[in-house]
Design a protein around this ligand. Structure first.
Ligand code: NDP
Ligand code: 8X3
Length: 250
């Protein structure tokens, strides 16, 4: 398969890249941190014999998104799977105290970035009459949690877009799947708490949180199903988490 992944420099995106490379798939990996992309390409090229392309890409930049999509279309001419994974949370506060710059960044990345990528690559799927989009949503897009307001709203938007895209692309045999993880120990909390490693670590204290590989396994499972089978929506939490709100560390 030919696979394009956003946010492949860490966490879920990196684990998804590793999983698909180990299974012999061609990858186009993107993210803002070029050093990480080069490192991952080098490692996967040493460990496997798959073709790995990398593009430095900020999904908020529509012109750059269109350029990367154009490069893919010129070079590969075919795409089987798009993984819309790039995303982030910034801060946790009540609505009356929220940081509006953080709100802009979350909305621009999690919603508009996902839209730019999908708009740039879905015409290729339409022409091929084949393809699969896997959107990484969240349990936060199913039920809101305290102080999660805008981040949760962006993931509710991903849920709505996931459902809409499936209807829009159905005539072209394009599968659309949402994978909605619960708490997973990646760089997510380090980013959310702006480099405060102690606070980030505390998020997962007393928990056996999900690992990035758990989500990579789920993405792989959904992507490998027969052409007549599509998982529309899959919510995955660690065993100590019932939904985005209720957790226990017993
Ligand atoms: P990480 O912080 O480990 O990874 C986030 C990835 O997104 C990085 O590769 C980062 O790359 C990329 N990214 C962030 N902003 C941009 C941008 N503007 N343009 C391009 N890439 C960007 O976190 P996760 O792996 O946990 O997060 C991946 C997805 O999973 C996100 O959508 C997140 O909302 C979602 N999620 C996470 C959960 C968790 O508990 N960890 C639970 C549920 C959902 P770079 O910085 O190099 O650009
Ligand atoms: C927690 C989900 O996306 O806030 O249940 O990490 S998220």
């Amino acid at each position: 398969m030919n696979i394009f992944i956003t946010g492949a420099t860490s966490g879920f995106g990196k684990a998804i890249a590793e999983k698909f490379a180990q299974k012999g798939n061609k990858l186009w990996l993107t993210g803002r941190r070029t050093d990480r992309l080069e490192e991952i390409k080098k490692k996967l090229t040493n460990e496997t014999d798959v073709e790995i392309e990398i593009s430095q890409l900020d999904v908020r930049n529509k012109a750059d998104v269109d350029t990367a999509a154009g490069e893919l279309i010129n070079k590969w001419g075919r795409l089987d799977l798009l993984v819309n994974n790039a995303g982030l949370a910034l801060g946790m506060s009540t609505i009356d105290e929220g940081n509006t710059e953080d709100w802009d960044t979350m909305i621009d990345t999690n919603v508009k970035g996902l839209l730019y990528i999908t708009r740039a690559l879905s015409p290729l799927f339409r022409e091929q009459k084949h393809g699969h989009i896997i959107n990484i949503g969240s349990t936060a897009g199913k039920s809101v949690y305290q102080n999660g307001n805008v981040y949760c709203a962006t993931k509710f938007a991903v849920d709505a877009l996931n459902q809409s895209m499936r209807i829009d692309l159905l005539p072209y045999h394009v599968k659309v799947t949402a994978i909605n993880p619960g708490m997973a120990e990646t760089e997510f909390s380090l980013v959310r708490f702006k480099g405060d490693a102690e606070r980030a670590h505390k998020t997962y204290e007393g928990f056996a949180a999900l690992k990035p590989q758990d989500i990579a396994d789920a993405v792989f499972y959904c992507a490998m199903l027969p052409s007549h089978v599509c998982i529309n929506d899959l919510t995955i939490t660690c065993t100590q988490q019932a939904n985005s709100v209720y957790k226990t560390n017993l």
